[in-house]
Write a protein that binds this ligand. Structure first.
Ligand code: NDP
Length: 294
């Protein structure tokens, strides 16, 4: 048996197209142009690439993109000052501070400083609490992408057994909350879980967000299960270069599962797409308009 591939390129393009259509409608009907501000502190090359890609995707969807670069030596007060100005700027509906920040800056203080209504990364405790209690709020982008991909396979998630491996605030916990909201029966696994292979084998939907290359083996997967691989790990290759792999042993998973997301070309592509969705959501909420139809 060969599993179906859940193609992140196709899925993310569908989301971006829907965002662009909604942005055009908002501008035509309400004169509203959603705006996303990205703050980059320091000159980490990987972060600079992410920020550039986010800016390009924002502009391509017809939204306003603002970029704020601070030197690696910036003080916490300087970063908080930029956030305060963006909080007060009505053209800015979403604020994202690219993490990690240099060590002299307290990332929690930065997250707490962002107005929760503009918290498009969904990392503010207010956003996390809203997700947990079922109140309206912004949800982290990668988990939204995971849920979208699972829904391309299952018309409903109600009653399915879902296992989430990893419990970070960025991925594992919000994915579990989203699955619970869809009425799946959710198990959260982590580094202290006993007999992880047996726990994983119960899953109709298995989400891996660990950061360990190929950790989830084929015989940990229930035949026909849907496997969402969030992991992005760089591993060396024989020719002295490197390549990206997920947390799931991909070839083994393809032989057992019903559907699998690849790495690269899977969940990673959904994250930026849902950043755009969150910005449109925040813009609609700020303008007192109904939530967008995305
Ligand atoms: P964290 O390091 O914050 O969390 C990892 C989690 O995995 C922890 O909860 C940890 O458990 C658990 N874990 C570690 N080792 C094991 C083990 N042997 N068995 C079971 N669980 C284990 O990582 P993130 O959640 O931030 O990221 C996870 C992966 O997803 C990374 O590869 C990252 O690069 C990728 N990622 C991808 C994104 C995308 O856009 N596709 C976005 C964000 C992340 P414990 O809590 O007990 O320590």
């Amino acid at each position: 048996m060969t599993a179906r591939l859940i193609d992140g390129k196709v899925a993310s393009e569908a989301v971006r197209t829907a965002v662009a259509a909604e942005v055009a409608r908002l501008e035509a009907d309400h004169g509203l142009v959603p705006g996303l501000a990205v703050v980059l502190v320091g000159d980490d090359p990987a972060s600079a690439v992410y920020v550039r890609n986010k800016g390009k995707a924002t502009a391509a969807a017809g939204m306003r993109s603002f970029e704020h670069r601070l030197p690696a030596t910036a003080s916490q007060a300087e970063v908080l000052d930029v956030i305060a100005r963006l909080n007060a700027d009505p053209a800015v509906h979403g604020i994202l501070v690219q993490l990690p920040v240099p060590k002299q800056i307290d990332s929690l203080a930065v997250i707490l400083a962002i107005d929760p209504r503009k918290d498009v990364d969904g990392l503010h405790p207010m956003s996390a609490g809203a997700l947990m209690t079922g109140l309206p709020g912004l949800v982290p982008c990668t988990p939204l992408g995971c849920l979208y991909m699972a829904k391309t396979v299952h018309a409903t998630l109600a009653g399915l057994d879902a296992v989430v491996v990893g419990r970070s605030n960025l991925v594992g916990k919000p994915v579990a909350q989203l699955l619970l909201r869809e009425n799946a029966t959710v198990t959260m696994a982590h580094s202290k879980t006993r007999d992880l292979p047996a726990v994983c084998r119960r899953a109709d939907i298995l989400v891996a967000a660990v950061g360990k290359p190929g950790m989830i083996r084929g015989d940990w997967i229930k035949p026909g299960a849907t496997v969402i691989d969030v992991g992005i790990n760089r591993v060396p290759t024989q020719d002295g270069k490197s390549r990206l792999v997920g947390d799931v042993a991909f070839d083994e998973a393809m032989a057992v599962a019903g559907a699998v997301t690849p790495v690269p070309g899977g969940v990673g592509l959904m994250t930026v797409a849902f950043l755009l969705v969150n910005t449109v959501r925040a813009a609609c909420a700020a303008a007192g308009l109904p939530a967008p139809r995305i």
